[in-house]
Design a protein around this ligand. Structure first.
Ligand code: UD1
Length: 366
């Protein structure tokens, strides 16, 4: 069986890595396509190295643009690649623009499509990722879900039960494999206790007022608990544009996967608007305060260590204080977040080979 993987942005890389390994172990032919949505070495190359991903067979090199431009460019450049490689199945990951763009191309060419991390919903259509999730799930033939809430969302949206496979969390597969190595990779010169911060959602960083409010709160927290802030390029650009100075904090460029994982595992608290970090902190048992009103990962709140603080900065400061006083929320890792999700996905794909091939036979008479 020939499987083609599409990755494009930082959070895709740790999800695809365990799948590439599991399918290689089963003797599948594989093609790796990088859309080039993330292109800075710190956002892409270093992740390939540390996750031991093979170099992409194809790089579409799309880079940045408006959502429409980026999506359209990926589609236009991906279609000839699919036609040339003729995979049996295309796997897409998560909820970034690359995920949805590739899904649309496959649907039009009638190529079997698997969505890894299907079914998550924030029910907030102002988030570009929510649109990407809803569209991708509608088009996928295999919906690989990380948690039962995702299955329920898909069923409610009318997806056939035989397309839905509760397999667990592939991002945790990478974490489980690389945590021992990460624990030897802690960046030097950090204080013993710290809050680890990441921010990049348009809703938090694109408007000056909002970014200033968050920055002021971080500077206040820093007086009691040092703040370590590896900042996404988008956030760095906005801070510079609005003239917001966070030089007093431990402010730095985005970190490689292993160093960042080490920082998360040792953090007193994580403050973030990332989706993946809500899951990683839940697995690690580290308290997480999320600067969003909704989460598409509710299991991190109901079972894990996550608390949604939204834009309530008084609540944020209160929760940080509780955590430093040892009164933080306790949680546990959800079922099937065990390091073996990719093995389960690979098994499903191979068991389904017979159904996939006739699907493929109808293909590319285009
Ligand atoms: C994307 C994903 C988001 C994910 C995040 C992780 C979408 C809609 N969003 O957001 O879900 O959580 O990645 O990082 O797909 N830039 C660079 N260098 C890069 C990449 C981006 O400088 O390598 C800058 C550019 O100015 C670009 C901006 O960051 O315009 C935003 O990049 P983009 O890929 O559009 O979205 P992210 O904010 O990274």
């Amino acid at each position: 069986m020939h499987i083609l993987h599409v990755v494009g942005a930082r959070p895709n890389f740790m999800k695809a890595a365990p799948l590439l390994t599991a399918l290689r172990q089963r003797g599948c032919r594989q093609t790796l396509v990088h859309t080039g949505q993330h292109y800075d070495p710190a956002m892409s190359d270093v992740f390939f190295e540390q996750l031991e991903l093979p170099a992409p067979d194809v790089n579409l090199d799309v880079r940045s643009g408006s959502h429409a431009q980026q999506t359209a460019e990926i589609m236009a450049r991906f279609e000839p690649v699919v036609l040339a490689h003729r995979p049996d199945v295309v796997l897409v990951y998560g909820d970034v623009n690359s995920t949805m763009a590739a899904a649309l191309v496959c649907a039009k060419l009638q190529i079997a499509l698997g969505h890894v991390e299907a079914g998550l919903r924030s029910f907030d259509r102002t988030m570009p990722e929510e649109v990407n999730r809803v569209v991708t799930d509608q088009l996928a033939d295999f919906l690989f879900t990380p948690s039962p809430d995702a299955d329920a969302n898909l069923q409610r949206e009318g997806m056939a039960a035989d397309k839905i496979f509760l397999v667990g969390n592939v991002m945790i597969d990478s974490l489980v494999r690389l945590l021992p190595l990460a624990q030897r990779s802690l960046p030097p010169g950090l204080p013993p206790r710290y809050a680890l911060v990441t921010l990049h959602r348009p809703g938090n960083v694109d408007e000056e007022e909002s970014l200033r409010e968050i920055a002021d709160t971080l500077l206040t927290i820093h007086q009691d608990l040092p703040v370590v802030f590896p900042a996404h390029p988008r956030t760095q650009e906005r801070l510079a544009r609005f003239g917001v100075d966070l030089g007093q904090l431990y402010f730095m460029d985005p970190l490689p996967y292993l160093q960042f994982l080490a920082l998360q595992a040792r953090a007193t608290v994580v403050i973030t608007d990332s989706g993946g970090m809500q899951e990683e902190t839940t697995y690690l048992g580290v308290p997480c305060l999320t600067l969003r009103e909704h989460t598409e990962r509710p299991i991190t709140v109901t079972e894990g260590t996550n608390i949604l603080v939204g834009r309530d900065f008084a609540k944020l400061r209160r929760e940080v204080w509780k955590i430093t006083a040892g009164l933080g929320k306790q949680g546990s890792a959800p079922a099937l977040w065990d390091g073996a999700a990719a093995q389960r996905i690979a098994d499903v794909l191979l068991q389904s080979a017979a159904q996939i091939s006739p699907l493929y036979a109808k293909t590319v008479a285009v």
